[in-house]
Design a protein around this ligand. Sequence first.
Ligand code: PRT
Ligand code: ZN
Length: 285
Amino acid sequence: MNKLKIAIQKSGRLSEKSLQLLKECGIKFPNGERKLKTEAENFPLEILFLRDDDIPQYVEQGVADIGILGENEVLEKNKAVITIKKLGFAKCRLSLAVPREADYHNASYFNNKKVATSYPQILRDYFNSENINAEIEEIGGSVEIAPGIGLADGIFDIVSTGSTLLMNGLKEVELVTTSEAVLICNKNLMTEKKEILEKLLFRIKAVKNSSENKYILLNAPNTSINEISRVLPGMKSPTILPLAEKGWSSIHSVIKEDQFWEIIDQLKELGAEGILIVPIEKMIL
Ligand code: PRT
Ligand code: ZN
C-alpha cells in the first residue's frame, strides 16, 4: 500500500511541535533516535527528517509529498508547491531593523544602504515593490551582529519577542511579512495519496479546532436563557437542561478561546453561576 511521505524539520524550532501535531492526530511512530526517516505504526505515513531549507525543494520534486515548515521558507525558496493549511505555531514576523540611534523616518532610509539577511528573495521583492535601491548582503546566520561589526547598515530577519534586536542595539522599523508553520503539498499527488492527505487534514482540523475552542457549562436563571443563548452561539445552538432547582437551567456550549474573557464578563452580568470551562480533546465540525 502506498504511503504518504511527510517532511518535517530534523532539529530546530519546528521539530517538536510538528511531531506533537502528528501525535495529537493519533499517529504513532517509534520514538528514540531520530534517523533520516521513520514509518508511522497505525497510519499510512512515512516521516522524513530534513533541514527546513530543503523541504520546499523536496516537496516540489516529490521526494516528500507534503511538508511542515515556516511560511518564510516557502516564500524565500519560491518553489512550485501548494500551501494547504496554516498550523498556528511558530508565529513570527520578518522585519527590517536598524541601529537604535539611526534617524529613521520611512523605508526610503534604505536607499543606497546595505542590508544583511538570510532571506534575500523576500527582501528583494519588498524593496522592488517599494522602489528602494538597496544592496542586499546574504549571510547564513547571526544576522543581528552585522551592523555592529560594520558589515551592513541594517538587517532583515525573523523577529519573535524582539529581545535579540534589543540586545544588539537594533530597532524594528518595518514589518515586511508575518509567518507561521504551514503544511505544503506537492502539485501532482496521485489519487491514493490525496485520499490519505484528506484523512490527515481532517484530523489536523479537529486538533486545531479543539485547541482554539473551549467547552463551557454554566447555571442560569430561566429568565436569562434567551439572552445567554445570544452570547453563546455554540456549534449550532447551546444545549439547555433543566436543573433540579426550579427556575434554573444548565447551559452547555462551545466558545472560542480568544473570546473567552469577554464572554465570561457578559455571562456574569446576565446572572450566570457555576461557570466551568473545559478543554476539548477533539472537535469534529
Ligand atoms: O537547521 P535548520 O535549517 O532546519 O533550522 P533553522 O536554523 O533554519 O531554523 P530554526 O529552527 O531556527 O527556525 C525554524 C523556523 O521557526 C523559522 O524558519 C521560522 O519560521 C520559525 N521561527 C519562529 C523562528 C523564530 N520564531 C525565531 N525567533 N525562527 C528563528 N527565530 C530566531 C531569529 O532568527 C532571531 O535570531 O530568533 C531570533 C529572534 O527571536 P526574538 O524572540 O529574540 O525576537
Ligand atoms: Zn533552516
